[in-house]
Design a protein around this ligand. Sequence first.
Ligand SMILES: [Zn+2]
Length: 119
Amino acid sequence: MESSLSSSASLKRRASCTCYCPSPGKPVLVVSWIENNPGRRFYGCPNYWVGRKCKYFQWVDDEICPHGKVLIPEQRHTILRLQVEVSTCKKREKCLAMSLILSLLMCGICLCVILVLVV
Ligand SMILES: [Zn+2]
């Protein structure tokens, strides 16, 4: 995915090689989901998730237009809702498949018992 986006003019800006931490690391590419910058990517401190973090921050993408600031969160919300629905449907499908297998097994046993009793 990253390679498909590499032709974007906004990606031509590069993050500096290291952040400002005492033991600096290579900045990581993160996606912002705050209201003013939904889906906008930036480079941040690699220690962001481990508690120790510096103030290193650099936008990668250009600012999002007002229409995008409304549309992107709506689409993200729709995607997340659909992912939950798909997950629920997959669980229901497994449950129905198990019920079908058990029903067929019960029918087979019943037929065997009837055949034994008749013969
Ligand atoms: Zn840092």
